[in-house]
Each structure stands twice: as C-alpha cells, then as structure tokens.
Design a protein around this ligand. Structure first.
Ligand SMILES: [Zn+2]
Length: 292
C-alpha cells in the first residue's frame, strides 16, 4: 500500500506538475494529519513572520482574506508568499489592532494588491506605522469598516466569517481592542484572537457568543494574559496555533499558557518551531501541513 502511494506520488510529480504548469511551490507535509480532504476546501495559513501575526484565508470559491500583516520588515516575505500562491486580490483585509507586529506591513500589502473591504477596530495609535497604514488606505480611496462584535464579514450557505470582539468601546490595553474573528466552514471552525486578553475573552463568554472552534489562534502570542481557563474550556479546540518569533524579547509563550493547553489535550503548533502552518479543510476533515 505504501509502495503504491509512493509510486502514485512520483507519477504525479513527473506528469501532474509538468502537465498543468503549477507555479505554486509544493508544500512540505510533515505528516501531522493524514486525513483525506476533498476539493472545495478552505485553507488557513498561519504565516511564520517571526514575532507577529499574519493569517491568509483562502475561501473555497477563490476569495481571499488577510488578517494582520506582521511587522514593518515582513512586507517582502508576506508579498512573496501571497504571490507564490497565486493571490491576485485580497477581498477582505483585517488589521486586528494597531500594534506594529500586526499592522506593520499592511500599508505595503494595500499598495501591492487590489483590496475589497478593510476592517479595523475603532481605536487609533500615535505611531508612524499607524499613520502609514492610514495613508495607504487613503491613497487607495478605501473605506474602513469598523471591526466590532456583531459584524458579519461573510454569511453564506455553509460559510461564515463573524467578528466576535471587541464588544466594549474603551479598554486600558490596546490588545483588548483586537478584532476576534470566527470562520466557520460547514462543521469546522477557526477562532482568530489577535492579541485579545482575558478581559475580552470574559466579555465574549458573557455575551453568549459561540466561541467554540476546532482551531484556536491563541491570543497575544501565548502570553499569560490570554487563554483564560474558562475561555479555553468553552472554545475546546483540537489545535492551538501560537504565532511568535524564536527567543523573542517578550518571553512568549508563557509556560502557564502551554501547560493549560497541554492539560486540555490540545495539539500545540508554534510558528517559531514549525514555520508556516497551513490548515486545509473540506468542512469536515482537517489536514495540517507546515512550510519551512
Ligand atoms: Zn501582537
């Protein structure tokens, strides 16, 4: 059986790739999950951008969404990654909150790609990075949609993208303004927390929002200020993705967060250890690959 698979793979590589002229580089699978995923899939890529967040979502119908764009120095890597996957347009662009490790390269991404809708939480930052983002938005004549609880980015048969937070309008910590996004494709869901901390997590629970998800993009790079036990027990993820740089100055992830996830039996995937992490789902099965 194994020999047959290898033979089929060789035949595919020899004829399949040559025949259809694929430009996308083949991804290295590390065999994390071998469940079959049929065509018509949703793909969620957690890009390894060092200490920061950048998530590409490819919807089954060909539309794309980018949530955050790493730091200022990640622009070339992000644009190369998107172009290598044939991304010609970003239908939805989300800046979860105005910290540099999330919106750093959004300005360049906006200049580089046609953008449909852009969503940002209603909060500003007195930084050069934030001003550059606003200039890029104005330069393209884009209107900003406020990212807040209750906003539905997409709501279609079998597919929805909803903003679950921020719920409040005033927080002491900029992290709690983070747009928290829930993507549901048939039976499979992803919860992208940005840098939301326990205050926002508590508000989501109190609001009765459906936070349950198969894949949790852990809040605030695995800091101890996020992933409260109550929140984790309701989300009940199978996978937790932590987006962070190796040996970062913030000592992320916090050992307590890792311990909480381990105790809950969650499969922890870190971009500093595995590189870019790609989930593919047909709405029922989930396949995980990594791209170094
Ligand atoms: Zn951050």
């Amino acid at each position: 059986m194994k020999r047959l698979s290898i033979l089929l793979l060789i035949l595919f590589l020899a004829f399949g790739l040559a025949g259809c002229g694929l430009t996308t580089p083949p991804e290295q699978s590390n065999g994390l999950s071998e469940r079959e995923v049929s065509p018509g899939a949703l793909r969620v890529h957690f890009l390894d951008v060092g200490q920061g967040d950048c998530i590409l979502v490819q919807f089954p119908d060909g539309r794309n969404m980018l949530v955050d764009a790493g730091k200022n120095d990640s622009a070339v890597a992000i644009i190369d990654y998107l172009e290598a996957r044939g991304i010609a347009r970003l239908d939805y662009l989300v800046g979860t909150h105005p910290h540099e490790d999330h919106i750093g390269s959004l300005d360049t991404v906006i200049q580089e790609f046609p953008v449909g809708e852009i969503l940002l939480p209603k909060v500003t930052a007195n930084t050069r990075t934030f001003r550059e983002l606003l200039e890029a938005i104005a330069g393209k004549g884009l209107q900003v949609t406020t990212a807040k609880a209750g906003v539905n980015i997409l709501e279609e048969e079998g597919l929805s993208v909803k903003v679950l937070a921020p719920i409040g309008s005033s927080y002491n910590d900029l992290n709690n303004y983070s747009a928290v996004i829930k993507i549901t494709y048939r039976e499979v869901s992803f919860l992208l927390e940005g840098d939301a901390e326990s205050e926002s997590e508590k508000e989501m629970l109190n609001s009765g929002a459906d936070v349950r998800a198969d894949v949790l993009k852990v809040g605030h790079h695995g800091s101890n200020s996020s992933t409260s036990p109550a929140f984790l027990s309701i989300v009940k993820p199978e996978y937790a993705v932590i987006s962070l740089g190796a040996d970062n100055d913030y000592h992320h992830p916090h050992p307590t967060t890792l311990a909480k996830l381990k105790k809950a039996g969650v499969d922890i995937l870190r971009t500093d250890e595995r590189g870019t992490i790609v989930f593919t789902t047909d709405g029922k099965n989930i396949n995980v690959e990594t791209v170094k």
